[in-house]
Write a protein that binds this ligand. Structure first.
Ligand code: UDX
Length: 474
């Protein structure tokens, strides 16, 4: 057995946010289907969410205590503090567990080399631990190549006085082009919260994590971002593997909507309700509305959104989760008299706390997606050929919006503050006009190109093969 050539064991450590767990588990699935033994480190909170051994009998799972409770209700306002806290709390236990894995592997007569590690970019404190223990580490960037370029460029742009914070910049300055990051405008740059020093510190730590790794894995495709990937390759002088969209490489159960931070019972009930409701709708008639797992909006935006949806007269499936509206409990968030029992009074809308998003986007009844432009949502819509209404809130979402509206031309930009007339207009444009049809045609063309990239001989498939060879060689 010892002489038999085996794939190197890959250890993966997803960051415990929904939009980070999904692509890491899809990557694990892709590597496993190509012969790599898989070990997943996961923070304590994920233990229920990752649906461990029952769904992945051949993976090994190692729980890292995080001393942070209730990550599911975390919101955009606390993201940076939470990332720092998780890094601080997990470093020591991660060191202990990684050392244990190495000692197990050294005793193992079957494997012929030590494992390597894939870390989420936000686990910046784990990379030095792995280095100390002699474990080669790659970083997974779960966002786009353009957003990684943005992370790397941000400190220098700040020094030049380019500041995306709304409080500090006049309206006309926000519309100015950022020469270093075309096609972005100042208002599209990465922004999280209002504490500029905290953001700069976070961005520097993430960029250092990338620079000190053995290579970068990105959930994107040359089909979408060839110039942005080229820039990364020349700026970083590191191997860059563009292996996306990862969810389309995944095999069951990761090929379905299996990993979630939501309680299983809520998910199963909501899944069934969504799909049954969609089955009763006309082809391409429904607007699917979901703002991911962290974005939260003000009360006024939420009211305008609800009224615009109702006034549009178009059927919609709307995900409203706890935390969707700042400081407001779900039950009191909806405008009086408009809704009841999770269904709009007029019967045209369905409201749920959770939707099986990939299945929803693939359903024949869905004609458009009103999204916050998280990168996973963006890729999931493009791989199903669904055009989008783009309402970004924070982080990379503004940049993703620019690409959808101006580069790929598959989206309508609709920024906050929302106003019911503009909401109604955007929905009608998307679902009832020739303009909407053109956006759908371009989304369907990208769907074809992305599918080709993941096929044998396509760029993402080749990148996945290159990644496997690289993992065996380091
Ligand atoms: C976060 C940031 O917001 C985003 O900007 C960054 O690109 C990734 O990290 P999130 O807000 O969760 O992500 O959005 P997104 O990246 O779109 O990921 C959400 C995931 O949850 C998607 O895979 C989506 O399919 C899934 N989801 C969300 C569901 O399956 N059902 C839901 O009801 C909501």
């Amino acid at each position: 057995m010892k002489n038999q050539r085996r794939r190197r064991q890959v250890l993966l450590f997803p960051f415990p946010f929904q939009g980070h767990i999904n692509p890491m588990l899809a990557l694990a699935s892709m590597l496993h289907s190509r012969g790599s033994p898989i070990t997943i480190f996961h923070t304590h909170y994920n233990s229920g969410a990752i649906d461990r051994s029952s769904k992945h009998p051949s993976y090994r799972f190692i729980e890292i205590p995080d001393q942070v409770s209730n990550l599911r209700s975390s919101s955009q306002d606390h993201v940076l503090s939470l990332i720092r806290l998780l890094n601080d709390n997990c470093t020591v236990p991660f060191h202990r567990h990684l050392a244990q894995v190495l000692s197990d592997t050294d005793d193992d007569t079957v494997t012929d080399c030590r494992p390597c590690l894939v870390l989420d970019m936000h686990w910046y404190k784990m990379n030095p631990v792995a280095k100390f223990l002699g474990v080669p580490t790659l970083v997974l960037r779960t966002g786009s190549a353009a957003s990684l370029n943005g992370f790397i460029a941000l400190p220098a742009l700040y020094r030049k006085g380019i500041l995306p914070s709304r409080a500090q910049v006049a309206e006309w300055e926000m519309e100015a082009a950022v020469e270093e990051l075309p096609p972005l405008k100042v208002k599209d740059m990465i922004a999280v919260g209002n504490d500029r020093e905290q953001l700069l510190c976070f961005v520097a730590l993430d960029a250092e994590n990338v620079r000190t790794s053995a290579g970068i894995i990105i959930n994107t495709s040359d089909t979408l971002e060839s110039a942005e990937l080229e820039k990364l390759r020349s700026d970083l002088s590191l191997p860059v593997f563009a292996v996306g969209p990862l969810h389309k490489f995944a095999t069951p159960p990761e090929a379905t909507n299996s990993s979630s931070l939501w309680p299983v019972q809520v998910r199963q009930d909501e899944d069934r309700m969504c799909m049954e409701w969609l089955d009763c709708q006309d082809p391409r008639s429904v607007l699917y509305v979901s703002f991911g797992s962290l974005a939260s909006m003000g009360r006024s935006d939420f009211t305008e959104m609800a009224c615009g949806l109702a006034n549009s007269g178009r059927p919609f499936l709307w995900v409203i989760r706890q935390g969707s509206v700042k400081g407001q409990h779900l039950d009191s968030a909806l405008p009086d008299g408009l809704f009841g029992n999770g269904t709009m009074r007029s019967g045209i809308g369905k409201i749920v706390e959770w939707a099986p998003q990939r299945d929803v986007l693939a359903h024949r009844a869905v004609g458009g997606f009103w999204t916050h432009c998280g990168w996973n949502s963006t890729l999931e819509a493009l791989t199903e050929g669904v055009p989008m209404i783009c309402t970004p809130f924070f982080s990379d979402q503004m940049g993703n919006t620019r690409y959808m509206a101006d580069v790929w031309k598959v989206g309508v930009e609709l920024r906050v503050p929302l106003e019911r007339g503009r909401v109604e207009g955007a929905i009608r444009r998307m679902l009832t006009t020739g303009d909407g049809e053109s956006m759908r045609a371009r989304a369907e063309e990208l769907q074809r190109l992305l599918a080709n990239a993941n096929e044998e001989g396509g760029s993402s498939c080749q990148a996945a093969d290159d990644l496997l060879s690289f993992l065996s060689s380091i």
